[in-house]
Design a protein around this ligand. Structure first.
Ligand code: PGA
Length: 231
């Protein structure tokens, strides 16, 4: 079980306090994705720290970007790629997502690559098509790499309070695994109250948590519930 907390562009909680509270929860690998300005604090606190994005080149004239090598030097262990907010607001394409994932894996980092359909795409019956195209791009560049994890994040469930039902999540996860056989985390309004039923699904291998990762107590409660669901 992996539980990753994506702090997005929020300061997030005190990394030391979080590290203390996470210590002693067995059966869950907790990962924190803080904003860049808090990476050093998270690493120093002993948290497994991922970036929220990573560029495919080792260096160069790419203002605002950061490379896998730079993250490695900073003690970062991996990166999110392809979050729907990157795809929606910053022009991230299936190809750039796959290139970012490949570069991070080649540099020895872990990757959580996000995929997911919008509400419109689901309503028009295109969910499987959208997931196939997104996953195929990642598979083409990365194959079934060891340090690659996928995250299924239905866009309509992110930050909306509308969680996918455990059955919908299970169905999508099984479909994604039929395309690329790697662990799949569920993301989209994960809270302490819905963690157990989501994590009980056979193809749900963990959670990617946004809003509820910004408070120590709710993130810890999610990690505890995930640990219990597989104990
Ligand atoms: P949420 O965000 O938990 O706030 O819905 C999930 C994510 O964007 O990773």
């Amino acid at each position: 079980m992996i539980v990753a907390g994506n702090w997005k562009m929020y300061l997030g909680p005190d990394p030391r306090l979080l590290a203390e509270r996470l210590d002693g929860i067995d059966g869950v690998d907790a990962i924190i994705c803080p904003p860049y300005t808090r990476v050093a604090e998270c690493v120093d606190a002993g948290l497994t720290t991922f970036a929220q994005n990573v560029h495919w080149e080792p260096e160069g004239p790419y203002t605002g970007e950061i490379s896998a090598e730079m993250l490695t030097v900073a003690g970062v262990r991996g990166s999110l790629v392809g979050h729907s907010e990157r795809r929606l607001y910053f022009g991230e394409s299936d190809l750039t997502v796959a290139r970012r994932a490949h570069a991070a894996l080649a540099a020895g980092l872990g990757v959580i690559a996000c995929v997911g359909e919008t509400e419109e795409q689901r309503d028009s019956g295109d969910m499987e098509l959208v997931l196939s195209v997104q996953v195929a791009a990642i598979r083409e560049e990365c194959g079934e790499a060891d340090r690659l994890v996928l995250a299924y994040e239905p866009v309509w469930a992110i930050g909306t309070g509308k969680t996918a039902t455990p059955e919908l999540a299970q169905e999508a996860h099984a479909f994604i695994k039929s395309l690329l056989d790697r662990p799949v985390l569920y993301g989209g309004s994960v809270k302490p109250e819905n963690t157990a039923e989501l994590m009980a699904q056979p193809d749900v291998d963990g959670a990617l948590v946004g809003g509820a990762s910004l408070e120590v107590e709710s993130f810890v409660a999610i990690c505890e519930a995930a640990a219990r669901s597989h104990s």
